[in-house]
Structure formats: structure tokens, C-alpha cells
Write a protein that binds this ligand. Structure first.
Ligand SMILES: [Zn+2]
Length: 87
């Protein structure tokens, strides 16, 4: 297995990941899962509304980069800038 140098999508620090793997460092994995659960709950509760990356970042008081990271990792999809759970 080869390794790549990547920038962690959560904290922005350089980290080594398996080639083609997700860009996240070991220290941020737990935070990522917690954030995913929090964001998923928000999105589910607003079935008829729409939330952008900025909205979710503001509500959860986290950096927008972290929400973008969840989208990039496939946890959520963006439909017309609105965050959706992958169908
Ligand atoms: Zn990190």
C-alpha cells in the first residue's frame, strides 16, 4: 500500500494517508464522526428547508472547511448549494 501526503480536511494539517484514501488525520477522525452526526441531525430535522454549508457551519459553530470536508468525503451531497443526505 502506498501513502500520500495530504492536508487534513478537518484541521488543515499535513498528514499521511493511504493512497486514494480520505484526507483526514488520525487525531480528527473522532471529531469528524461527531460532526457528521450533528450535521446529519440538523439536515434531517429540516426536511422541507434547505441548509447550505455556511448555515450548518454557523449553527454548529465550526469552520466551513469542516462541513465542506464532509461533503467531499461523501457524507452529504450538495444540490443547488443545499446539503442533502446521499440518497
Ligand atoms: Zn486533522
Amino acid at each position: 500500500m502506498s501513502l500520500d501526503l495530504a492536508k487534513c480536511g478537518m484541521c488543515g494539517k499535513a498528514t499521511v494517508v493511504p493512497s486514494g484514501g480520505r484526507e483526514i488525520c488520525a487525531a480528527c477522525r473522532e471529531e469528524e464522526q461527531q460532526l457528521y452526526i450533528s450535521a446529519r441531525t440538523l439536515i434531517r430535522e429540516r426536511v422541507h428547508g434547505s441548509l447550505t454549508i455556511q448555515d450548518v457551519a454557523e449553527i454548529l459553530r465550526v469552520d466551513e472547511r469542516k462541513i465542506s470536508h464532509l461533503v467531499k468525503s461523501g457524507y452529504f451531497q450538495l444540490v443547488k448549494k443545499s446539503l442533502q443526505l446521499p440518497g
